[in-house]
Design a protein around this ligand. Structure first.
Ligand code: CP3
Length: 355
């Protein structure tokens, strides 16, 4: 494999020395960018963007063209491509987020859930990866991703996002056999999905566990973390030990030690958690990714500079910090504010990497 020109992200994931703290932001390609809104209009819809490799490549590249200080690209797609491939009928209604036509709301539908033909049904994702890799020309690493088994299960059972998860949690407490069936199918599917993304060229994989933090502390490991661990160890058994793996449980700050022992190279930290404490709790065992509150990007370059420095100070000296937001960038962010953030990280962080 030809080597990356900017390999700071990959080095940091292995806790190797870099000259500054690498930075990328979750949802860096998206609605806050006017050029994204333009391409989306051309494509017709968000799903049309994801399913066409030329559009997916175009929007993946947009933030990199605008911001020379980004240290990674992330595949433009969505975590819900998997339940869509399973036949649940994903659709988006304007302003309402994702929905499913055929959610898993009774026992017989759940029992019938099966692993889809990943290579065939999700080929458009792997085609997008190949096309993006070619366009990137090894300038920066490409991050591939998937949702976690639990986070996908919440969408599959609820039929939509942003709920109180009562249907999914009812299954946890009353029919663990059924939720475990869904989680097992998701785990096997995700393993295949990430393996194929790696085969198509991604340099790093990340598992988004956006709703793991909604589980009770006692259930988090049982219903979310343990399944992410299986994916990591399966990928290693398949020969992908050299591909760094990031897990990110939003609201998972109470279980950092367990996450650090998951086999992941890095864990994502949300903004409710102190990065400095997270580093102490995990004892420098893994790299940490985070954790600026995304809403700070709605303020001014001055405030952004001050708070970004605080995040870097909080992690402190040494390797293993990937600067990111604590969750996705909001659609209301003025694009020049992200520029201010990236400049601050690039200019202020080198002092933490000197001998
Ligand atoms: O980070 C990136 O730039 C890569 C692209 C990416 C998207 N979704 C694009 C997207 C990634 C990594 C995701 C992951 C994703 N999708 C997650 C996990 C991360 C998280 O935010 O917790 C989740 C929960 C989803 C499900 C999803 N997709 C939701 C809830 C929504 C609606 C969000 C909203 O703001 O309305 C989406 C749609 C979506 N995914 C958009 C983008 C750019 C907005 C689509 C549009 O209207 O153009």
């Amino acid at each position: 494999m030809p080597s990356l020109i900017n390999d700071n992200l990959v080095k940091t994931l292995f806790k190797q020395k870099t000259a500054y703290t690498p930075c990328w932001v979750m949802r860096q390609a998206g609605r806050y960018l006017p050029e994204y809104r333009e391409t989306r209009k051309k494509a017709g819809s968000f799903l049309d963007l994801c399913k066409n490799k030329d559009f997916a490549t175009e929007v993946t590249m947009q933030p990199l063209e605008r911001y020379p200080n980004l240290d990674a690209a992330i595949l433009f797609s969505d975590i819900l491509t998997i339940p869509d491939a399973m036949g649940l009928g994903l659709y988006f209604e304007d302003g309402e987020g994702p929905k499913f036509k055929y959610p898993l709301q009774d026992e017989s539908t759940i029992q019938k859930l099966d692993i889809p033909n990943v290579e065939e049904k999700l080929m458009y994702v792997f085609d997008a990866v190949s096309s993006i890799k070619k366009t990137l020309n090894n300038q920066v690493p490409l991050i591939g991703f998937s949702g976690s088994p639990w986070t996908l299960a919440t969408y599959m059972v609820e039929g939509q996002g942003g709920t109180d998860f009562l249907k999914t949690k009812k299954l946890v407490y009353s029919r663990p056999d059924l939720i475990n069936h869904i989680l097992k199918i998701n785990t096997e599917t995700i393993t295949k999905y990430l393996a194929s993304q790696i085969d198509a060229g991604v340099d790093v994989v990340m598992i988004f566990d956006s709703w793991g933090g909604t589980l009770a502390h006692s259930e988090y490991e049982i219903y979310s973390l343990n399944f992410m661990k299986v994916i990591i160890s399966n990928l290693n058994l398949l020969g992908y030990q050299d591909i760094p793996k990031i897990i990110f449980t939003k609201g998972g700050g109470q279980s950092l030690q367990a996450q650090a022992n998951s086999g992941a190279n890095a864990i994502g930290i949300d903004w409710q958690t102190s990065l400095g404490n997270a580093r102490k709790m995990t004892n420098d065992k893994v790299a940490l990714q985070g954790n600026l509150d995304p809403s700070i990007l709605l303020s001014t370059p001055k405030v952004i500079e001050r708070t970004a420095k605080k995040v870097l100070d909080d992690y402190g000296k040494g390797e293993g910090h990937i600067f990111n937001l604590g969750h996705g960038i909001t659609q209301f962010t003025p694009p020049e504010n992200l520029e201010a953030l990236l400049e601050t990280v690039r200019n202020y962080s080198p002092k933490y990497h000197q001998e």
